[in-house]
Design a protein around this ligand. Structure first.
Ligand SMILES: [Zn+2]
Length: 456
């Protein structure tokens, strides 16, 4: 057999390279590329199978009907929704997030609820001693839940225990602390993390258990991030939040058993994470009286409409290169909106610093936010507030045309529920009937500028 060739992998974004370099082209981080020893080769080898024949795999046709997987609900609705309606048996889930954001709290609460729902649950902490986990459980009021704890990092011992105990759900906190003695590198390295995740997920699938892996997002090269194991699991969730803000968002970025982009919203309280059943009300709670530069965007996250406030500030720049600063939205998308406003509507932003902020620390990726961003920028530039009680949404194309996004009706209903009386939206698409709300529909950005801000 040829000797295995060495490859290099970025520990932050999992891009792979044939040779080492200081900066990763994939994610732009420095010193994150490390040598990857790879998984041990254990697949079939040789041209003919000979005596090492496997058993025949059962084949089905396309018309074969399979019942939808039975799911166990934790009773934490925000968690169940993100999972696609509850936990699917023998599924592998990765929960990533920044250190200290509250992943362990979330998963201990989840473990307790799944255990109370009748799943035999084991929580393995490689980060903390069992006593520390118990203390957290006490603080969260979970000590009565039938969760079994272990504090261990040796993968072989963990797998042996799981084989004897046969749980239905095992939580590994975190995958970076696990080490397998079959891999010759330090715990937390790309090869160790990959190998541990591979062994745990295949073991879980073979033995009919679900596994949840916790992964810290890191920017250090020596510790591999959760991206390196994303491809091995069925579901990838990220737990997000801004320091200084109370609430946390659990976001599905991949889900074989449900819609991606679904979010669950939680509030961090003294007694753990509390569900936020009406996120719009929370995101708008810090909003004062409507002022110039502030716009309420009627967005959709997964299957659920969510209203958020966008804030813009436009000021003369003292620099030769004006600042463009964005929090919670895509910087290149902002550049595009500014270019469209300038070239299609004749509204220049040259010589002006532009700041855009999604209030409350929420992150938006929907293109339907375009029109709300444009409205916030124009409102800030003209120092003119938008019509009171109005929400805005719609995608802007490079020609300046406005396109309706999906779920117009849901957006309007959510706005109405929260007391908004008007909406500014693109024309076209299905005709919409919403009683008790004035809907102003427009075909392009020039019309929008004229209608809302006078001639601009
Ligand atoms: Zn990278």
């Amino acid at each position: 057999m040829a000797k295995s060739s060495t490859t290099f992998t970025c520990s932050a974004c999992a891009s792979s390279y044939t040779k080492w370099s200081g900066r990763c082209d994939g994610c732009g981080e420095w010193n994150t590329i490390v040598e990857d020893k790879g998984l041990s080769k254990s697949g079939p080898s040789g041209k003919s199978l000979g005596a090492r024949r496997g058993s025949t795999v059962q084949l089905t046709d396309l018309a074969t009907k399979e019942a939808p997987p039975p799911r166990t609900r934790s009773g934490i609705d925000e968690l169940d929704r993100v999972l696609g309606g509850g936990l699917v048996p023998t599924s592998a889930i990765l929960v990533g997030g920044d250190p200290g954001i509250g992943k362990s709290t979330l998963l201990l609460q989840g473990a307790a609820q799944f255990a109370r729902s009748g799943l035999k649950t084991i929580y393995v902490s490689g980060e903390e001693a069992s006593a520390q986990v118990r203390m957290r459980a006490q603080r969260l009021g979970l000590t009565d839940a039938p969760v079994q704890l272990a504090s261990e990092t040796n993968l072989r011992d963990i797998l042996t225990t799981l084989e004897n105990e046969k749980p239905q759900l095992v939580i590994i906190d975190s995958i970076q602390t696990m080490w397998s003695d079959t891999v010759d590198s330090a715990p937390g390295s790309v090869s160790q993390v990959r190998s541990a995740a591979h062994e745990l997920t295949t073991f879980a699938k073979r033995n009919g258990m679900s596994v949840i892996l916790v992964g810290h997002v890191t920017k250090e090269g020596q510790i591999a991030g959760p991206r390196v194991v994303e491809h091995m699991v069925d579901t990838v969730l990220y737990f997000e939040g801004e320091r200084g803000h109370q609430f946390r968002i659990l976001r599905a970025v991949k889900n074989r058993f449900g819609p991606a982009d679904e979010i669950g919203v939680f509030e961090m309280t003294g007694s753990g994470l509390a569900e936020v059943t009406n996120p719009s009300a929370l995101f708008l709670s810090e909003r004062g009286t409507p002022s110039a530069g502030s716009v309420v965007f009627a967005g959709v996250e997964g299957t659920r409409p969510v209203l958020v406030e966008l804030q813009a500030l436009v000021a003369p720049s003292p620099h030769s290169q004006p600042r463009r600063s964005v929090v919670g939205w895509d910087g290149s998308r902002l550049a595009m909106i500014l270019a469209v406003l300038e070239s299609r509507c004749g509204i220049p932003f040259a010589g002006l610093d532009v700041y855009l902020n999604v209030a409350g620390g929420m992150k938006i990726s929907e293109p339907a936010a375009d029109l709300a961003v444009a409205a916030a920028l124009l409102s800030a530039r003209e120092d003119a507030p938008l019509p009171e009680g109005a929400v805005v949404f719609g995608e802007i194309s490079l020609s300046g045309a406005l396109r309706p996004g999906p779920q117009t009706e849901n957006r309007l209903k959510e706005a109405q529920k929260l007391g908004f009386t008007a909406a500014i939206a693109p024309s076209g698409g299905k005709p919409i009937e919403v009683t008790g709300m004035s809907l102003r529909q427009m075909g392009d950005l020039i019309q929008f500028v004229g209608d809302i801000f006078g001639a601009g």
